[in-house]
Design a protein around this ligand. Structure first.
Ligand code: NCD
Ligand code: ZN
Length: 363
């Protein structure tokens, strides 16, 4: 299986190694993309948006606001608020907007299409703000047919309501049903966390996946094996070492159907460090430096370009600002928290307090 992944990624690997400029202390990435990002709204958006905009040429923006993004008007207004919050970085950052899955008519989808990157499907109640998620995927068939006909991709939070460690694997038959029932629908399994999901990528041509940097690094042990670590608690929950290893092998091999999607999901510190911890890891400030460190440690730095950009550009035929992001080898310690004016909101990043070897240049 791993050999297959390496072989499949071979052509891409050389291409991206040629395209990427790597020296001992500088690394230039072309139009890096975050294919799964939560930016929230209001003061939180103001605090966190710039962290993504300074590192990425674009990002797929999740629609699970309260209420969720379900109309073209909401989508356009949210996009404008995002760009305003990005400040000077907005010019080089393209929000790829999504709408929350519901029973959209053909006219609604058609009108939204020029501004819409994809529709995001959540099963009911499986994660933050998914109360209006669907109860039956089969009942969603008419909308999925319309999306297939219009060429609108489907992004899926693939978890059942079962035992927490089994939720993704239990959902895999639904992916199989989607992939075979809608053969021309481009489907993305979001934030995969299991070896079984990696294996599915090679079985269905129209099935793709995103994976988060933190799921390439942590297992359930890091979340709950010692003292409970609320800032590593997210949905889907981190799994077993063999799952993490399969995800990492596919990412390091630049599996051509796997894309970096951070699932960076900020929650206020009081909602994380509390009884009833909210699910979500806020990884945005450290993404590219942390990935450079990980890929370098495994001798795979030449494949980072494909993982953080080329695969997504090819899979989706994306047009995004042609921007270069430079990383330099200058160690820094990740701050303990980010705070808005007067200390509110306050968010704790992934890897808070840890020294990272690479940093985004120009800071
Ligand atoms: C996300 C959030 O907070 O919006 N949480 C998470 O644990 N990943 C929602 C999601 O993507 O599941
Ligand atoms: Zn998410």
């Amino acid at each position: 299986m791993l050999e297959e992944v390496a072989l499949a990624a071979g052509g891409e690997r050389w291409e991206s190694a040629r395209e990427m400029m790597i020296t001992d202390d500088r690394l230039v990435l072309k139009r890096p993309l975050d294919m799964h990002l939560h930016l929230r709204d209001g003061e939180m958006l103001e605090l966190v948006a710039v962290e993504s905009a300074r590192q990425f040429a674009g990002a797929v923006i999740m629609p699970n606001l309260v209420p969720p993004v379900t109309t073209l008007e909401m989508l356009r207004a949210y996009e404008a608020r995002i760009l305003a919050a990005c400040g000077k970085w907005g010019a080089g950052f393209r929000p790829l907007m999504t709408m929350f899955f519901k029973d959209y008519s053909e006219a609604e989808l058609e009108a939204a299409r020029p501004y819409l990157f994809a529709v995001k499907l959540y099963p009911h109640g499986v994660t933050t703000n998914s109360e209006s998620g669907i109860h039956s995927v089969r009942a969603a068939e008419p909308v999925l047919r319309r999306m297939e006909a219009l060429g609108i991709p489907l992004l899926v939070h693939g978890e059942t309501g079962g035992f927490v460690m089994d939720r993704e694997v239990e959902f895999l038959p639904v992916y199989e049903w989607l992939a075979t029932t809608f053969p021309r629908l481009r489907i993305v399994m979001e934030h995969i966390t299991t070896a079984a999901a990696v294996a599915m990528l090679d079985r269905y041509e129209n099935l793709h996946a995103t994976v988060t940097p933190h799921h390439l690094v942590i297992t359930l042990d890091d979340v709950a094996g010692g003292l409970l670590q609320p800032h590593l608690f997210c949905k889907p929950i981190a799994k077993r070492p063999e799952d993490r290893d399969a995800l990492l092998a596919a990412a390091l091999a630049a599996h051509p159907k796997l894309m970096m999607g951070s699932d960076s999901a900020p929650h206020p510190r009081h909602a994380k460090e509390s009884c009833g911890c909210a699910a979500g890891v806020w990884s945005a400030p450290v993404l590219l430096p942390r990935l450079a460190e990980l890929f370098e440690r495994h001798g795979a730095l030449g494949r980072l370009q494909a993982f953080v950009s080329d695969n997504a550009v090819r899979v989706h035929g994306l047009e995004v600002p042609d921007r270069e992001v430079v990383l330099e080898r200058k160690p820094w310690v990740v701050p303990a928290r980010w705070e808005g004016p007067g200390g509110d909101p306050c968010v704790v990043p992934w890897e808070a307090g840890r020294e990272l070897a690479w940093r985004v240049a120009g800071e």
